[in-house]
Design a protein around this ligand. Structure first.
Ligand SMILES: O=C(O)c1cc(=O)[nH]c(=O)n1[C@@H]1O[C@H](COP(=O)(O)O)[C@@H](O)[C@H]1O
Length: 276
């Protein structure tokens, strides 16, 4: 199924805009799992099994697996999500971006090796670096626009001259260019951090109903109410509100997966109260 189609269906079916980020950090695992041979997979699978009816997507972050030499666990985890919970889209958070010939290999990595439904990308190298992904109409192409970190302002807020000759912040030029020129297949989405609600509102105004991936809730302190007020579409969707640490490490004992379930359910409830 197309990423956009499965995302829309998951929003409805699970009545949820919550995306659970899968960012394994073994030092934070409960002690009964620490040091066991397949701890990364077992931890993440338990989180998925405890939350699959509460989410609109999962977002494994590739460096968290690669740094642990756990790419094999990532492959098995994504396969598990597809088999056990068909229709829940998997976003591979890889933030790739390279010249076209290399980008082709990154696309193969994301979609053929890992079988992700969508991937996060850095648009900085320009359209030809993204084209191999845009060409996959069935896959989601999620481009960084205004990131959640404090340093987002260093470059993304710089004033540039747009194609119409008027000046605007770089992130708005990125949003406009992607919405008007790169989204011919309707498979693009943008990353806009929850920690920058004003910028989120600007992006929403520029891109219509395009889905926005919004990290920065939970550990980074973003405000759920502000995200909904500035980012939701007219039908009260349009957002993948992502949280990793606040869900994964909500509990530290043998019942960590149940604690993650409670944290996910609470976040879904908080979001739904502001969906309008
Ligand atoms: O692309 C992302 O997912 C992303 C973009 C961004 O602007 N900020 C951001 O935090 N992320 C990712 O979202 C996750 C946030 O994790 P928590 O702060 O623990 O919820 C991490 O995996 C980040 O790499």
């Amino acid at each position: 199924m197309h990423f956009m189609q499965s995302l829309h269906q998951a929003w409805q079916r699970n009545d949820s805009l919550v995306c659970v980020g899968l960012d394994p950090e073994p030092a934070k695992f409960p002690s009964h799992l620490r040091g066991t041979p397949d701890a990364v997979f077992d931890f993440c699978r338990a989180i998925v099994d405890a939350t699959a009816d509460l989410v609109c997507a999962y977002k494994p972050q590739i460096a968290h697996f690669a740094a642990l030499r756990a790419e094999d666990a990532l492959e098995r985890l994504i396969a598990h999500i597809h088999t056990a919970y068909p229709g829940i889209p998997v976003i591979l958070d890889a933030k790739r971006g390279d010249i076209g010939s290399t980008a082709q290999h990154y696309a193969t990595e994301a979609f053929e090796r890992y079988k992700a439904d969508a991937v996060t990308l850095n648009p900085y190298l320009g359209r030809d670096s993204i084209q191999p992904f845009l060409d996959r109409a069935d896959k989601g192409v999620i481009l960084l626009c205004h990131t959640s970190n404090p340093g987002a302002a260093d470059l993304q807020d710089l004033s540039v001259e747009g194609t119409d000759g008027r000046r605007l912040p770089l992130y708005q030029h990125v949003a406009r260019t992607i919405a008007n020129e790169w989204n011919a297949n309707g498979n693009c989405a943008l990353v806009t951090g929850a920690t920058w609600p004003e910028q989120l509102a600007q992006v929403r105004a520029l891109v219509g109903d395009m889905p926005l991936l919004v990290p920065g809730i939970g550990a980074q302190g973003g405000d759920v109410e502000a995200v909904l007020r500035h980012g939701r579409t007219r039908n009260g969707t349009g957002l993948m509100i992502s949280s990793s640490r606040a869900i994964l490490y909500a509990g530290t004992g043998e019942d960590f997966a149940q604690a993650a379930r409670r944290a996910t359910r609470d976040l879904r409830g908080q979001i739904n109260r502001h969906r309008g």
